[in-house]
Design a protein around this ligand. Structure first.
Ligand code: SF4
Ligand code: SF4
Length: 378
């Protein structure tokens, strides 16, 4: 399937908008479901202020692609009305679990040419639990039949590894090519995606370069330049790890005038993964990125170090080794590169004074995302 936009689908900027943290499902590995259940974030669902939003967008003189996600964006009462208005000048894409009754209305009222991609998030265990697999399949085909570009994506959570073949086969029979996307987080004391084995990656059908984008440190990123994140209140951020506020969709959007070099080891959001808008940013700013080869080498090194770190943790008494490590860190850090992985693992599992992401006192949700990447989800 071609994920790149068609020739007529040109846009200048992208908004990645979490419309609500609320969802009709409750997936075990979902950061929002976990935080919602703990009352850390609110499940509030607000209407989109369509006319104010339109004004803010038109003030920028740019054509936007707006990626609506959540939670479940179809829970927002006026999502379809908003899409009707927005698609007159802009493009919309939706991340949905495809179980909403409103899917049919969306299909009837929205022009597929203004929708570059429908990301159908297939959370198989949750769908099975609620008897919603058939609904997902019929809605998927409805989109397809009506000319929408759609793909089915499941999170490659390690607990699914023994059932991957079964599910791929089942959905293939239903005319759906099931794809897996890397899981970012902890499971059984391991940190993913670095801890996937070769066999697991093959089984899930995930290419190494797909994982490499999650280790972006030092690479150019267009977050804030022509792609921004939006929270349910409309606040704009360049990247979930960065403090800088870029305005509000109901007031003003302030784009940065240049791309940045990512200062973080792991990127869970991959804001810069919209290839079209990323390449556009590179062209406009006339900058060059590190080659794919460097990304791949960095990724392989990360995997290697992560695995050694994991093995060492399993082998040694964790407290003793951490105590020793803390005491001798400067010497060890430089003398034995192997222990760098240990250091990294410690950074990922404990709050580190050296990690700029954790120094930041942003809102609880964004801070929790960072912490979530460091804990076991189930
Ligand atoms: S469908 Fe998506 S947003 Fe809803 S609980 Fe599952 S992972 Fe979270
Ligand atoms: S962590 Fe932020 S700055 Fe780094 S690649 Fe991801 S979005 Fe860009």
């Amino acid at each position: 399937m071609n994920y790149l936009t068609k020739e007529y689908q040109n846009y200048d900027a992208r908004l990645g908008w979490i419309l609500t943290y609320n969802c009709n499902l409750n997936c075990s590995y979902c950061i929002q479901a976990i935080l919602r259940n703990k009352d850390i974030i609110s499940g509030k669902i607000s209407k989109i202020d369509i006319s104010t939003l339109q004004k803010t967008l038109s003030d920028t003189n740019k054509i936007f692609k707006i990626d609506f996600s959540g939670g479940e964006p179809f829970l927002v009462p006026n999502i379809i009305e908003a899409c009707i208005e927005l698609t007159k000048n802009h493009f919309v894409s939706i991340w949905t679990n495809l179980t909403s009754e409103r899917v049919k209305e969306f299909i009837e009222k929205i022009n597929p040419e203004r929708v570059p991609l429908i990301n159908a998030s297939l959370h198989i265990k949750e769908l099975e639990k609620h008897n919603l697999v058939d609904k997902f399949i019929s809605n998927f085909h409805l989109f397809k039949k009506n000319g929408f570009n759609i793909r089915a994506l499941e999170v490659a959570h390690p607990h699914l590894i023994n059932e991957v073949k079964k599910y791929k086969k089942y959905f293939k029979k239903q005319g759906i090519s099931l794809e897996f996307m890397p899981y970012i987080g902890g499971y059984n004391g391991k940190v993913y995606p670095a801890s996937y084995t070769k066999k697991e990656l093959k089984e899930f059908g995930i290419k190494k370069k797909r994982i490499a984008v999650h280790f972006p440190k030092g690479n150019l990123c267009n977050a804030g330049y022509n792609t921004v994140g939006v929270d349910p209140e409309g606040n704009l951020i360049s990247c979930p790890f960065m403090e800088k506020n870029l305005g509000n969709v109901y007031e003003k959007i302030r784009f940065n005038d240049k791309m940045i070099r990512c200062p973080f080891e792991i990127c869970g959001c991959g804001l810069y993964k919209d290839n079209y808008i990323y390449k556009k940013a590179i062209r406009e700013t006339k900058t060059t990125n590190s080659s794919n080869l460097i990304l791949l080498i960095k990724y392989k090194l990360n995997i290697y170090l992560e695995r050694i770190g994991n093995k060492m943790f399993q082998f040694f008494n964790r407290k003793k080794i951490l105590h020793f490590y803390r005491k001798h860190r400067p010497f060890i850090y430089y003398a034995f590169p192997i222990l760098k992985s240990l250091h990294k693992y410690r950074e990922l599992t404990k709050k580190s004074r050296r990690d700029p992401r954790l120094k930041w006192k942003g809102n609880t949700y964004r801070k929790s995302i960072i912490e979530f990447n460091m804990i076991d989800s189930i």
